[in-house]
Design a protein around this ligand. Structure first.
Ligand SMILES: Nc1nc2c(ncn2[C@@H]2O[C@H](COP(=O)(O)OP(=O)(O)OP(=O)(O)O)[C@@H](O)[C@H]2O)c(=O)[nH]1
Ligand SMILES: [Mg+2]
Length: 658
């Protein structure tokens, strides 16, 4: 049996959850179609999702079409929950991008499509809600071709659009259009087309081949509510998207979702890429961890079923391993890229309403951070979390109240900036030379690297010159230390080269254990590296950059002058504007910090008619006062303070060393 791991992606409210429900119904998994509005769907199962009618967490369901097991992952569409989408992208064989036949392509649709294209994920498009008043499938198809991808082909047409009777006629793509599209990627095909020897069968076959290579995007139309077009979509899924079969080889999988079971136990959703994982297997996972699998469940016909094994291509729930989102199991998976979208740009301080509940709050946030690492819990007297937006904040607040019984308030939401080095800086400390209290020699050079390259660690010394574990301690500490640069922000786009190394070899007294007081340990390197690195970074100097969004405003044309007056006060820069009839469209950029203010001013400015779309564009150097972020580390910029907290502990582990 083959498997299709399928993601359903779209902007908020496009109908992903409703479509999931309809697909489950058509496949015979459920007897009645649940409704988002009544809070009775399979995938919006959290109380909060049902109450609000929006999806917050990705959910997996499964059904069968012909001989293919489809594991469908329903994702949230609200931009605040983009991290949930990010986590599933690495595990998909294909995707359905849903677009509403009424609202058309939205900013979030563009963000998602760009990412699917960048990752070469085979994607079909479903134009939903053809039954709703105002539905205009033709216009939306043109919109898709213009804004998402020119490589689209309609798989049929819609009759009676905009009414309950709307239906999809799967009359297939027009042969000429299909030939034009497919021959663009294949000269041999073009030659056959020109001399008239291209059969309809060959075209159809080529359509699946090119869809599987993510070169073309077939478009289906229908309604998740009336069920129109859903059967054609189902058939298209298995005909056009790639499926995976069991493959042998060493076990390789990726964890993409973490949940807590009824007894608080950790359950990890793992997509298997190769090999077969069995209950009681002992496997390596994450960075340097090992553990035994104590339980496995696989998705079958809508239910999670306990099994003794999970094979390549499948999704399983794994118990017994202390996995985190993004961790690999066994050999590294084919694509180990974790970040596809812009990181959160807001940070806030969370405090308990009852000061005595701080401990419980901390434990609860730690658990939430293991399901959502991007909330990046930082603590130092206070608890900081990173956020995408206001809705995510409300959801965290409600989750803490209902699931953990802790009422919280938020303080001072601030924008998260980044730091990049200005120039090159170098520093070192030698073992045995005051004022270095650690039994280690570390030299580091920091240099700027291209934008978007992240942090690269390199060795400028012989790898064999000291035990590998010490190099690893330095490398890990470099990454950890750079989370807070000179101004307290994450340092990125730089290369750190280790220029000197040295250690004191194991000292042992005759017939006795090894003496830590005279021998280097990993802790010596972890203790010294932040001091050296911050010294080098201070010499390099850093600049602080703030996140900038690109925006599009659609407003009544007569309110354009007022909008143009308002924007500069929010530090927004309008770049282009155009007017079509009574609507003006304004594109530009504005600091992420101001998106919320603009959103709040919009209804008054535009009589409630204005629409704002915005998404992260880039980082820009902060002009004027440089913002700093409160540190949550031991402040290696201040040697004295740092050494008070990070001391060389000389506890001898030797059995009888004196
Ligand atoms: N008329 C009509 N309404 C639809 C259709 N599909 C979904 N809806 C309605 O649109 C609203 C949103 O549907 P959902 O299925 O929750 O959309 P979603 O994409 O899952 O939303 P999020 O997960 O929150 O991003 C609900 O009120 C649905 O009843 C459709 O085909 N026709
Ligand atoms: Mg949903």
């Amino acid at each position: 049996m083959r498997t299709l791991n399928l993601g359903i992606l779209a902007h908020v409210d496009a109908g992903k959850t409703s479509l999931t429900e309809r697909l489950l119904y058509d496949a015979g998994v459920i007897r009645e179609v649940g409704s988002v509005d009544r809070g009775s769907t399979q995938t919006d199962s959290l109380a909060l999702e049902r109450a609000r009618g929006i999806t917050i967490k990705s959910a997996v369901v499964s059904f069968e079409i012909a001989d293919v097991t489809v594991n469908l992952i329903d994702t949230p569409g609200h931009p605040d929950f983009i991290a949930e989408v990010e986590r599933v992208l690495n595990v998909l064989d294909g995707a359905v991008l849903v677009v509403s036949a009424v609202e058309g392509v939205q900013a979030q649709t563009r963000v998602l499509m760009r990412t699917l294209q960048r990752l070469c994920i085979p994607t079909m498009i479903f134009v939903n809600k053809v039954d709703r008043g105002g539905a205009d499938p033709e216009r939306v198809l043109r919109d898709i071709a213009e804004k998402l991808t020119p490589a689209v082909v309609a798989m049929g047409s819609v009759t009676a659009a905009g009414s309950r009777a709307a239906s999809f006629v799967p009359d297939g793509p027009a042969a000429a259009r299909l030939a034009e599209l497919l021959t663009a990627h294949d000269d041999g095909l073009l030659a056959d087309y020109v001399d008239g020897s291209l059969s309809p069968d060959r075209l159809r076959h080529e359509l699946s081949a090119q869809t599987r290579r993510a070169l073309v995007n077939p478009v289906f139309f229908g309604s998740a509510i009336t069920g129109a077009g859903v059967a054609s979509l189902s058939a298209g899924l298995v005909e056009l998207l790639p499926t995976t079969g069991a493959t042998g080889g060493p076990v390789s999988g990726t964890a993409f979702k973490i949940e807590r079971g009824p007894a608080g136990e950790k359950i990890a959703y793992v997509r298997m890429f190769a090999g077969t994982l069995h209950v009681r297997d002992e496997v390596g996972y994450g960075i340097d961890r090992r553990g035994k699998v104590t339980g496995l469940t696989v998705f079958e016909r809508g239910a999670a079923v306990r099994r003794g094994l999970v094979a390549a291509g499948r999704i399983g729930q794994v118990s017994g391993l202390d996995l985190r989102v993004g961790d690999r199991i066994g050999a590294p998976p084919p694509s180990a890229q974790l970040h596809h979208f812009a990181p959160p740009t807001l940070e806030t301080v969370v405090s308990p309403v009852q000061p005595a509940e701080r401990g419980r709050l901390q434990a609860a946030l730690t658990e939430l951070a293991e399901q959502d690492p991007l909330i990046n819990l930082r603590q130092h007297g206070e608890l900081f979390v990173s956020l995408y937006g206001e809705v995510q904040k409300e959801v965290i607040q409600a989750t803490l109240a209902t699931e953990y019984g802790v009422d919280v308030t938020f303080r001072e939401t601030t924008t998260i900036c980044i730091e990049r080095p200005r120039g090159t800086g170098e520093a070192f400390e030698l073992l045995g030379v005051a004022p270095n209290p650690f039994l280690a020699t570390v030299g580091l050079r920091v240099a700027p690297a291209p934008v978007g390259s992240g942090v690269q660690f390199r060795l400028g010394v012989e790898l064999g010159s000291m035990p590998a574990a010490f190099f690893k301690a330095v490398e890990d500490t470099v990454h950890e230390t750079l989370r807070q640069g000179v101004f307290g922000w994450q340092v990125t786009d730089c290369t750190v080269t280790m220029t000197r190394s040295g250690y004191a070899p194991r000292q042992s007294h005759a017939h006795q254990g090894f003496d830590k007081s005279m021998s280097s340990t990993g802790a010596d390197f972890r203790g010294l590296t932040p001091l050296v690195l911050m010294d080098a970074l201070r010499q390099a100097g850093t600049r602080v950059y703030e996140p900038i969004h690109q925006f599009r405003l659609e407003i009544p044309a007569d309110t354009l002058p007022a909008a143009l007056r308002l924007l500069p006060t929010l530090r927004a820069v309008p770049l282009t504007s155009s007017t079509h009839g009574a609507t003006a469209t304004l594109d530009g950029e504005l600091p992420a910090a101001q998106v919320h203010s603009l959103q709040q001013r919009l209804p008054t400015l535009t009589r409630g008619e204005g629409v704002l779309e915005s998404d992260f564009a880039r980082y820009e150097q902060v002009r004027g006062t440089v913002p700093t972020r409160r540190r949550t580390d031991h402040n290696p910029l201040d040697r004295k303070e740092y050494l008070l907290r990070v001391q060389r502990r000389v506890t001898s582990s030797g059995s009888g060393s004196s």
